[in-house]
Ligand binder design. Sequence first.
Ligand code: ATP
Ligand code: MG
Length: 315
Amino acid sequence: MTNNSYLGFFSLLEDPFTLTPDPAYYYPSGDHANALLSLDYIMNNREGFCLLTGEPGTGKTTLVRIFVNKWQEKAEIALIMTPRLNPQEFLEAILQDLDVIYPLSGNKNDMIKEFRDFLLEHAGQGKRVVIIVDEAQQLPDDTMEELRLLSNLETEKEKLLQIIMVGQPELFEKLASDNLRQLNQRISVKAQLSHLSETATADYLITRLQKAGARSAHLFDQSAVAEMHKHSKGIPRLINLIASRSLMVAYLEGKPLVQERQVIIAAKELTQQEQKEQPKPKNGTLFWRMAILLVALMAAGVTALLILNGTLHLP
Ligand SMILES: Nc1ncnc2c1ncn2[C@@H]1O[C@H](COP(=O)(O)OP(=O)(O)OP(=O)(O)O)[C@@H](O)[C@H]1O
Ligand SMILES: [Mg+2]
């Protein structure tokens, strides 16, 4: 079964519920809009550090993409999406992203000097430079410290660099730890994405359906939205998964409107699929478990034989 068949059935030009963080499908919930304002604020006011946190699937990377689209003409942007890097690799990734030419010797002082010159030159032209780190909860502590040191690059009057750290809630907890306290104190703007309310979930579905070219954006009735909100807890990625599957169920039943029933079936199928995908014990683990069981059985057998023989006497 291809998606195309059900897209035609619902008069959709494309799949409204893919899992890619596509800015074209952006729905500005209260939280998302506020977070974007916070990001703009640090750029406009040349604040040093901003933190954006939210549970998985709440739309952090989507917002980052929207922000990049918005600022790419007015700012030089280094976007680090895979931050499991040591301090040296991290610095190199930033310089490469910004097209800063640095000596091949890899000498850190030389690299910082080139970077500072680059920042001063851009500040002179009134152009912002921003580093965005997505999945920042994965940054090793010493790399976080490197980031803090970079934020020291400033003139007497202003910060030369804006830094945006984006990550899951554990980032918040990580920053509260003793060794990162100094960095935490520098974060002047903190934004958070939480779950969508039921009303926002309904609007979210309508927005995405409209953007996918739906003739009627009301493909989910109120009972379907309520059920969807219950199962997804208002997390956009889960809404997408359930909505997509619900449309498929409705299509297979020949129903032009998705109701509670189809959402319940879709959510159940997804849960079952998730359970199937749970990691099974590895073969190696299974082997050792079987081996231990076998040894235990043999030991029990030998003991029983000795008792029967009268060689072993139990107290
Ligand atoms: N405000 C929004 N408008 C439209 N779609 C959204 C919105 N927020 C999230 N989504 C959708 O939800 C899905 C997950 O979004 P995204 O990848 O941005 O989440 P995330 O917070 O970065 O997750 P993770 O913590 O796993 O990286 C994507 O399909 C995205 O399009
Ligand atoms: Mg993300």
